[in-house]
Design a protein around this ligand. Structure first.
Ligand SMILES: Cc1cc2nc3c(=O)[nH]c(=O)nc-3n(C[C@H](O)[C@H](O)[C@H](O)COP(=O)(O)OP(=O)(O)OC[C@H]3O[C@@H](n4cnc5c(N)ncnc54)[C@H](O)[C@@H]3O)c2cc1C
Length: 271
């Protein structure tokens, strides 16, 4: 197997490294200390095509591969872990499942502006009483005669939640042989009954705001169903599988930054 980077991959990597060093690293400590949402960095990541890297160009993405994506997440995370998470959520947890499971309309109307980074997407699986075992979720969506759903419940720890235009929400939509069935819904922040709590106070990656989102009788039109009715759990798990690439790249970038700083400090310190 050839692990050499192609010329394109090297070019993207260099672009990301320069951007991270010159524009992100100088403000990273301030972002974390102040828990400030990095609007200017998000806008620059959009300009550079980093918000929908592996999405086809016809749907607003950069049409690149996952190696490029991982290299960029690694560099961005090396400079600022919060910025790495923001980028990773938009790419892996929102754009990727809409690209894989979305209708043509969803790809044109919802995916394209999100992959261009003009608006942001989030992923809503976790609930106050449902974490690792996501099957225990309580959020429900009742299918109506016209194919729309009425959504009730809440999701928490939703990264980018306070800044997202839309979130993929996983909800129980029925039962089959005593087993709960789930459906994935793309829920827009301007739907009636959608309410975002103030962002969480976190111990780290503080600039990557996360929050709880409440849904009270939110009517979700049928055009916003992602994938098939009853297939939501598969979509949730498949999305998390893809998300591991971003998580691994973030961890690598953060580890690199830690060792680089430790070496500088160890060489400076006289005891
Ligand atoms: C930085 C960050 C960003 C996040 N962003 C999002 C997001 O955008 N969208 C979203 O939906 N969620 C998000 N989450 C939530 C995340 O998915 C959950 O934290 C995760 O699913 C774990 O759930 P929990 O925190 O409730 O922990 P729990 O499930 O309560 O687990 C607590 C501990 O118990 C252990 N444990 C759990 N079950 C078992 C078992 N059966 N046997 C043995 N040990 C067990 C776990 O390994 C863990 O150590 C985010 C979390 C973090 C930390």
């Amino acid at each position: 197997m050839n692990f050499e980077l192609t010329e394109d991959q090297q070019l993207i990597w260099q672009t990301a490294r320069d951007f991270a060093n010159k524009e992100i690293e100088p403000i990273a400590a301030e972002l974390d200390k102040e828990a400030r949402w990095p609007t200017e960095i998000v806008n620059r990541m959009a300009e550079l095509g980093f918000m929908g890297m592996a999405i086809p160009t016809e749907y607003g993405g950069s049409g690149l591969d996952n190696v490029c994506y991982a290299l960029v997440v690694e560099e961005v995370s090396r400079a600022c872990a919060s910025c790495g998470v923001i980028m990773s959520v938009n790419n892996s947890l929102f754009c990727d499942p809409v690209n894989k499971f979305g209708t043509d309309w969803q790809k044109k109307e919802i995916l394209a502006p999100t992959a261009r980074g003009e608006i942001l997407g989030a992923y809503g699986l976790t609930e106050p009483a449902s974490g690792s075992d996501a099957q225990t979720m309580k959020t429900v969506a009742e299918r109506q005669g016209d194919g729309s759903y009425v959504l009730n419940g809440s999701k928490n720890f939703i990264t980018v939640g306070p800044h997202a235009e839309h979130v993929i929400v996983f909800a129980i939509t029925g039962e089959d042989n005593g087993k709960k069935r789930h459906t994935a819904l793309i829920v827009q922040k301007d739907f009636d009954g959608y309410e975002v709590a103030p962002h969480d106070e976190k111990m780290g990656i503080k600039a990557a705001h996360s929050s709880t989102i409440f849904f009270e009788n939110v009517k979700v039109p049928k055009e916003y169903v992602l994938g098939e009715h009853g297939q939501g759990f598969k979509i949730a798990m498949n999305t998390l599988d893809g998300g591991r690439i971003g998580i691994a790249a973030q961890a690598l970038g953060i580890a690199k930054a830690a060792i680089d700083k430790a070496i500088v400090y160890a060489n400076e310190r006289h005891s």
